[in-house]
Design a protein around this ligand. Structure first.
Ligand SMILES: NC(=O)c1ccc[n+]([C@@H]2O[C@H](COP(=O)([O-])OP(=O)(O)OC[C@H]3O[C@@H](n4cnc5c(N)ncnc54)[C@H](O)[C@@H]3O)[C@@H](O)[C@H]2O)c1
Ligand SMILES: O=c1ccn([C@@H]2O[C@H](COP(=O)(O)OP(=O)(O)O[C@H]3O[C@H](CO)[C@H](O)[C@H](O)[C@H]3O)[C@@H](O)[C@H]2O)c(=O)[nH]1
Length: 340
């Protein structure tokens, strides 16, 4: 595979939901991307055919070294990992291995090869159940589940890698990623879907019998949990800005990526009904284990540091963009839809 004239940005997990939108955002800026993904949850069809793609594990040192040298990798955006809270409670070892140990192996390899700039997918789950919302970056970190801990350990380890080896890093703590590409080319397809918005849309499409609301007796405005949904295209943009900022000297650190606006589970369901014009069955269920009631970001720090703010994250744009994609591709990337 031939390297471009410029250096490249290595996107791990670039065949996944947020990673594929970020590859698209990098290309829009004229930047070269190269993707490594083992396709455990990702889709080959989510990566354009002209983007160099390696089907491999991030812990495969030989492949990573080959990519770094062939494509003159200058910086890394690291999405590869597992992201299901309930699975992490059932299989904590899988999360500490896949998210923590393999990331450490990977980053250690990067440093050995002279790549010292990384933007990392962290999560609001590092905060656990916050004492107050909106949540500031400095708030106490007490993850409620192995998933959150698996990411927090990496953030903390980066501080030591910076002191020892000069690693330059930004951890982006996403709140809830949602929506689909506004041009209709990319969307969210997880074979095991746990996220509220795609589950509700699949119910509206008739692919599921009903949608469940987990917990209706919380101390919130309508009794259901509250989240801060960020359009995936806004999230992608935050990564592009973060790489730029590290290249131009911004200090390492962790940033929330959210809107500062809370949306309840019931509001999501009502907005889907309005946007789609479809009524569907909803059942009320017990709260899920290891889940915080309310997660809303304090979103100023990232705006001040790198000039990022959400542009497409109003709930109706999130839901209409996702609905368009689900209507167009009801089986997602199955059958290798040619999205590009
Ligand atoms: N979706 C969210 O709301 C959300 C919120 C906070 C944090 N995150 C984190 O952001 C990242 C991306 O999330 P997503 O929703 O796009 O998930 P995703 O499952 O769609 O994407 C993850 C990608 O990484 C790949 N992958 C996993 N393990 C790998 C490995 N060992 N080697 C190579 N490739 C591997 C998968 O095949 C997949 O393509 C994850 O690390 C997740 O924990 C997601
Ligand atoms: O069938 C469902 C699915 C979800 N929900 C509710 O919908 C909201 C959003 O739930 P998601 O499963 O869509 O997302 P989570 O907030 O649980 O998880 C997200 O945020 C986490 C941080 O807490 C992690 O970062 C994780 O990767 C990311 O997907 C929650 O209030 C949840 O209780 C339901 O009521 N019914």
């Amino acid at each position: 595979m031939k390297a471009g004239a410029k250096g490249s940005i290595l996107v791990t997990g670039g065949a996944g939901y947020i990673g594929s939108h970020t590859v698209q955002a990098l290309r829009r800026r004229g930047l070269q991307a190269v993707v490594v993904d083992n396709l455990v949850t990702g889709h080959r069809a989510a990566v354009p055919p002209d983007v160099p793609f390696y089907q491999a594990d991030i812990a495969d040192q030989d492949v990573i070294e080959e990519i770094i040298h062939t494509h003159r990798v200058e910086a890394v955006i690291h999405f590869a990992g597992r992201g299901q809270v309930s699975e992490s409670i059932a299989k904590p070892d899988l999360y500490f291995l896949e998210n923590t140990a393999k990331t450490m192996q990977f980053v250690s390899n990067l440093i050995a090869q002279g790549v010292n700039t990384i933007v990392f997918s962290s999560t609001a789950a590092v905060y656990g159940s916050p004492e107050a919302v909106p949540i500031a970056e400095e708030a106490e970190k007490k993850p409620l589940n192995p998933y959150g801990l698996s990411k927090l350990m990496i953030e903390q380890s980066f501080e030591w890698l910076e002191k020892a080896y000069g690693l330059r890093w930004i951890a982006l703590r996403y709140f809830n990623a949602a929506g689909a590409a506004l041009d209709g080319t990319l969307g969210e397809h997880h074979d095991t879907e746990t996220h509220l918005i795609p589950l509700v849309l699949q119910t509206a499409l008739g692919l599921r019998e009903m949608v469940s609301i987990f917990g209706t007796d919380h101390n919130t405005q309508d009794g259901t949990s509250v989240r801060d949904y960020v359009h995936v295209q806004d999230l992608a943009e935050a990564h592009v800005l973060a790489v730029d900022a590290l290249k131009t000297g911004l200090a390492s650190g962790a940033y929330n990526v959210g809107t500062g606006r809370g949306v309840s589970d019931r509001q999501v369901i009502e907005t889907v009904t309005q946007e789609t014009g479809v009524c569907f069955p909803v059942q009320e269920k017990e709260r899920r284990q290891g889940e915080p009631v309310e997660l809303v970001a304090q979103a100023e720090k990232i705006r001040e540091a790198i000039g990022w703010q959400a542009k497409h994250s109003d709930l109706s744009t999130i839901i209409s963009s996702a609905w368009n994609w689900h209507l167009r591709y009801p089986s997602g990337y199955q059958g290798d839809v040619s999205n590009h």
